[in-house]
Design a binder for this molecule. Structure first.
Ligand SMILES: CCCCCCCCCCCCCC(=O)SCCNC(=O)CCNC(=O)[C@H](O)C(C)(C)COP(=O)(O)OP(=O)(O)OC[C@H]1O[C@@H](n2cnc3c(N)ncnc32)[C@H](O)[C@@H]1OP(=O)(O)O
Length: 176
């Protein structure tokens, strides 16, 4: 993370601590409530510059026998960290993601995910993610991610017609 950082300020219209945050997109693999094969994470704004979610670890998420697949865990962390830019204003997309897998995560447990903004420099938002199984003192994974804010209309313009929600985005009132 660079030394010279901008001052962080919560956007006045962002969710308040304890409130649900709106999904990136209803078909988002991480948080989309209508994504048929997704994680369907419900995210909550936390205090300061944090976002939280819980995810039941189900059998379809298996990598090694009885434990979560690392890619699923990485996706969940990416998505929770990827929600933090919304606390400041415009959304951001991942440009860098690093995950440390600390402990196997068993099927049947509930994963607690927490992301926090560590700093911002221009469009770059530096974040940290932590996952635990109920005891925050015993993390099972840690991550760092860099997100770059984008103008969503411009950024997704070329691709939005491939979205399962294209009609909504391109017709009526887009959620973008
Ligand atoms: C429907 C509702 C819509 C809501 C949408 C929600 C979206 C969120 C979804 C979230 C879902 C979950 C998450 C997902 O799955 S997000 C999906 C995965 N991510 C992507 O597809 C992003 C692909 N990348 C890009 O499109 C471009 O790189 C973007 C547009 C991001 C930047 O290209 P652009 O040409 O515009 O800008 P720039 O190149 O000058 O870069 C800008 C600054 O960034 C710095 N930089 C660049 N790369 C890196 C790097 N690797 N490490 C560190 N820093 C890096 C760079 O040095 C510069 O810094 P500075 O010069 O200012 O110092």
């Amino acid at each position: 993370m660079p030394d010279e950082l901008d001052v962080l300020e919560r956007h006045p219209k962002t969710a308040k601590p304890g409130e649900v945050m709106r999904p990136h997109n209803l078909m988002c693999f991480g948080c989309g409530a209508e994504s048929p094969h997704g994680l369907q994470l419900e995210m909550y704004a936390g205090e300061g510059f944090t976002v939280e979610a819980k995810m039941p670890v189900e059998q379809w998420m298996e990598g090694g026998p009885g434990v979560i697949h690392g890619g699923i865990l990485s996706s969940a962390l990416d998505d929770v960290m990827g929600m933090t830019p919304r606390l400041l204003g415009p959304p951001g997309v991942t440009v860098h993601l690093q995950v440390d897998f600390l402990q196997p995560i068993p099927v049947g447990k509930t994963l607690h995910l927490r992301a926090e903004i560590l700093g911002r420099q221009r469009r770059k938002i530096y974040t940290e993610g932590v996952a635990h199984l109920g005891d925050p003192e015993r993390p099972v994974a840690r991550a760092n991610g860099v997100f770059v804010t984008v103008d969503v209309r411009e950024h997704f313009a070329e691709h939005v017609e491939n979205s399962a929600k294209a009609a909504e985005y391109m017709g009526g009132k887009p959620q973008l």
